[in-house]
Design a protein around this ligand. Structure first.
Ligand code: SF4
Ligand code: SF4
Length: 370
């Protein structure tokens, strides 16, 4: 298919680079040029022109919008549609699919966004265990109050993903986490099924890494084969075994990133029960849409609030948690996930040094009264 790339910024350059490196010589897809509102010049010999100039010679080719910001992409889709352009795609920055070979640039990297198919969720998270082996004070998933030996029902979790997938056009990033996801012996099975259900999404397991040196190689290989990455949050106990963790991941060819350790690592007591709080407001989970037990909420702090309330006899507001069955459309879902909820008034910046809870978590580990 012949196409133009719309966007000559970082994302556009990456799109051209991937096309040239992996597809130009091997498949029929042919790039004709680059469109940009401000930039001029050329990238890899492809000339950059404005849409107005390109329009004069346009003959129904595909336009691939290579701009990262979803709202900007949507605005360009609308503008192109008002010019009667029908063949519109969004460039997906999923590098791993380039290496699979044999596919077209379009099947690896392009999402069809013509006909207004732009109900896109940037990020979704899902627990595969609620509890953790580290129990940090201030955990925004309240993992220290959960039993870390209990695991969810696998098919119910998959049902949640399928229901969500059914509502939206695309999920850009999907995080498998907890708690500590490596506590769940089915972690590779989850990686494989999420990849199967969401073939074009970037999928990441988020872990504190401590268990990784003792995980069977076969499990890590299955995660790697499913093109699922691991993101390690490097807490103090993680830092102590970081070489063992990275060796293990390298040996099993798992793609990983380390969210690096800082000596004076700051954490946060995320909530206050006091509406006239002395602390400044802080949202640390904006956009971390969470699915759990057939429900969806705009962030983990809200999703698990009923459990926190029940555990400590609190009455923090829980409005904004929806049954996945009650969501009528992707637009409805995205609007709901963007609405401020009453709990937002209780989210504050209240920094502490990183530390773990005592033998049993107490309310002060998560909620201040100040
Ligand atoms: S390691 Fe992460 S999930 Fe576990 S308690 Fe700490 S912050 Fe929560
Ligand atoms: S409740 Fe609101 S302010 Fe608090 S973390 Fe969630 S989205 Fe952010």
């Amino acid at each position: 298919m012949k196409f133009y790339i719309y966007g000559a910024g970082t994302f556009g350059k990456k799109a051209i680079e991937n096309y040239v490196k992996y597809f130009r010589e091997s498949v029929d897809d042919e790039c004709l040029g680059i469109i940009d509102r401000e930039k001029c010049g050329q990238i890899y010999n492809y000339k950059i022109n404005t849409w107005e100039k390109t329009k004069c010679k346009y003959q129904g080719e595909a336009i691939i919008i290579a701009i990262e910001c979803i709202d900007t992409m949507k605005a360009i889709v609308n503008a192109l549609q008002s010019d009667n352009i029908k063949n519109i795609y969004w460039y997906l920055d999923n590098d791993w699919s380039c290496e699979t070979g044999g596919k077209s640039f379009f099947s690896c990297h392009c999402l069809d966004v013509s006909e207004g198919k732009t109900d896109i969720l940037p990020q979704v998270e899902m627990h595969i265990v609620d509890g953790c082996n580290l129990n940090c004070r201030g955990c925004t998933h309240y993992s220290p109050i959960f039993d870390n030996s209990k695991f969810p029902n696998f098919s119910e979790r998959v049902q949640d993903i399928l229901k969500l997938k059914d509502k939206v056009d695309y999920i850009r990033r999907f995080y498998i986490l907890g708690g500590e996801p490596f506590l769940n012996p089915d972690i590779a099975k989850y990686a494989e099924i999420v990849r199967k259900v969401l073939p074009a999404s970037r999928i990441t397991i988020v872990s504190n890494g401590i268990l990784i040196p003792s995980i069977e190689d076969d499990i890590l290989k299955r995660i790697s084969n499913a093109n699922v990455e691991i993101s390690i949050s490097e807490y103090k106990p993680t830092h102590a075994v970081i070489d063992k963790i990275t060796d293990k991941l390298k040996n099993n060819k798992v793609k990983y990133e380390i969210r690096e350790y800082e000596i004076k690592q700051k954490f946060n007591i995320p909530l206050t029960s006091n509406i006239d709080t002395k602390f400044p407001q802080l949202c640390i989970s904006n956009g971390c849409v969470t699915i759990w037990n057939g429900k969806i909420a705009r962030c983990p702090s809200l999703m698990y609030i009923d459990e926190l309330n029940a555990r400590f006899g609190l009455n923090l507001p829980n409005e904004g948690i929806y049954d996945l069955n009650d969501i009528v459309s992707g637009t409805d879902l995205i609007n709901k996930m963007n609405e401020k909820v009453p709990l937002c008034n209780h989210c504050v910046k209240n920094e502490i040094e990183w530390q773990v809870c005592g033998k049993k978590a107490v309310v002060e580990d998560f909620v201040s009264t100040l």
